[in-house]
Design a protein around this ligand. Sequence first.
Ligand code: ADP
Ligand code: MG
Length: 247
Amino acid sequence: MSDAVLRATHLTKRFGGLAAVNDVSVDLQRGRIHAVIGPNGAGKSTLTNLLSGDIAPTSGEVMLGGRDVTGWTPERISRAGLGRSYQKTNIFQPFTVWENVRLAAQSRAPHAARWLSRAAGFAPTNEAAERAIELAGLQHRKSAVSGTISHGEQRQLEIAMTLATSPQVLLLDEPLAGMGTAEAERMVQLLLRIKPGHAIMLVEHDMDAVFALADQLTVMVNGQVIASGTPAQVRADAGVQSAYLGE
Ligand code: ADP
Ligand code: MG
């Protein structure tokens, strides 16, 4: 497992007396989806925030591409190759799909190049944005005002904005939340398209999607990992079934 793009070991985050994340270790590898499941309050979003640098761990460490990024700012971790989507949207509603994705692509550019990339014709930024829109399946919506597209398309746009930063690691917090069956199926297909080039952590409640997508599965309850393995191994775990899957 030395080929992990991201490896977190023994991460703990305390909020006062509550250990929201308690001694959790996860590995993310290129071309694989590691799903994290668990009931509300299990610590899934806190774990995501620890990996992205949005909050600092009480203890434990995060290695990204062989570097210790523990305690780095989210901006620095983003430039080191980690992209994340948020449960709450980052989309600027009055802008078009193209404008939102292009702005996201600019945000990853190094400081010296950032003012240059504001020029509308700046090629590397445009290429990253084009590629992201295509992967996200939004070519036909490029010139649509973001506030007018459907809920499912807005979630696709969030993925496109994350992809525009050309990340190696993607952290996706409930990308299927609030979706109907057709929208959810489109998002599953989108995730399968982006899987080969990325190391992905997927926090998701939709078990059909999780079992369709995940190579590796970690189950959290009350901040702790209660099971980890392949989907088949986790499904067969009696403790997981009684604690979470309700079978
Ligand atoms: P999940 O995403 O699995 O639903 P969270 O990571 O959001 O769970 O929350 C885990 C626990 O940590 C919950 O009990 C939540 O109330 C608590 N928590 C999360 N963020 C904070 C915070 N900033 N301050 C205090 N408690 C928090
Ligand atoms: Mg959450």
